[in-house]
Design a protein around this ligand. Structure first.
Ligand code: ADP
Ligand code: MG
Length: 291
């Protein structure tokens, strides 16, 4: 490709709402055959709300919200913001936390009101009472994310946070398929939630990769590359940055974190996944005319 044609391509990209790091990016874009989509904040809005609290026997909702909310108040995660906001609305000022720790891909931990509290993925060492197991399964089958509030070694409640699929995501998946790409859904969330979201946007169950720890997202991209695929990755979070950098083409949501944008080759300014298809079409057209 001539430098001039590539410059024209990047200029057209800007009009479409695509920021391209350098003209050479268009060359890579044309070869992509697989597009890995992060779930939360990429396929879904990432604007989570707390929709239900299911209590273990003898527990009180305001107490659960106070302790879980206090802990989540210190975290930036979309799940955390949903829980902290609901807790503040319903219980007022939240107590102080000491020894706060964020465990990426797992949850948060700290001491609140003298209790050792964790909120996050369920640990096998802290089994749920039967009623909570079924409430959790039902919520997950609907595509909601469920976290467990534990203190002093006992699971006290499960909190359901719902995150809507973006209205444009199903369209985007169809457009990407139309270009011959295989869409893959990648998430740290669990299999049940991931499958529900995949079904809603038209991604095959076989192409759902769930329960992936933040540091392992990059390994998933590398594995697909070893299988001979040319991989684009679309993400928004700090936890996606390494995978975005590793992918043949990293695509950040403009609505996402700076870390994701810096690690990427392309940024979709408005966070509209359909524009990823525009980017691929643009690169094929730009480079096709100048062969
Ligand atoms: P994704 O890949 O969908 O962006 P993450 O890797 O950020 O998700 O998180 C994966 C899982 O870790 C969440 O579904 C949740 O169970 C748990 N988790 C992470 N951070 C928190 C938090 N602040 N509070 C509760 N749970 C959390
Ligand atoms: Mg994300």
């Amino acid at each position: 490709a001539t430098p001039t044609a590539l410059m024209v391509g990047t200029g057209r990209g800007a009009q479409l709402g695509i920021l391209i790091k350098g003209p050479e990016v268009l060359e890579t874009t044309r070869r992509i055959d697989t597009i890995v989509l992060d779930k939360t904040g990429t396929v879904t809005t990432g604007a989570m709300t707390l929709t239900a609290v299911h209590l273990a026997e003898g527990e009180r909702e305001d107490e659960v919200l106070r302790l879980a909310g206090a802990l989540e108040h210190a975290s930036e995660h979309p799940i955390a913001r949903a829980i902290a906001r609901a807790a503040e609305e319903r219980t007022g000022a939240l107590p102080a936390v000491t020894g706060f720790r964020a465990l990426p891909g797992l949850g948060v931990r700290g001491t609140v009101d003298g209790h050792e509290v964790t909120v996050g993925r369920q640990e096998p060492s802290e089994p749920l009472p039967a009623g909570l197991t079924s409430a959790k399964a039902e919520a997950e089958a609907r595509g909601s994310t469920v976290v467990t509030a534990v203190w002093d070694g006992r699971a006290r409640a499960v909190l359901v946070v719902a995150d809507a699929v973006k209205p444009t995501s199903a369209d985007a998946v169809r457009l990407l398929r139309g270009l011959g790409l295989t869409p893959v859904l990648l998430t740290g969330d669990n299999e049940a939630v991931a499958r529900a979201v995949a079904a809603e946007v038209g991604i095959d169950t076989a192409d759902v990769i769930a329960d992936v720890m933040p540091e392992d997202k990059v390994a998933v991209v590398a594995r697909l590359q070893r299988e001979g695929r040319s991989v684009a990755m679309v993400g928004d979070g700090i936890n996606d940055a390494a995978a975005l950098a590793r992918a043949d083409l990293g695509i950040a949501m403009g609505t996402g974190t700076d870390a994701a944008i810096e690690a990427s080759d392309l940024t979709l300014v408005r966070g509209d996944l359909r524009v990823a298809a525009d980017a691929i079409r643009l690169s094929r057209r730009t480079l096709g005319t100048i062969k």
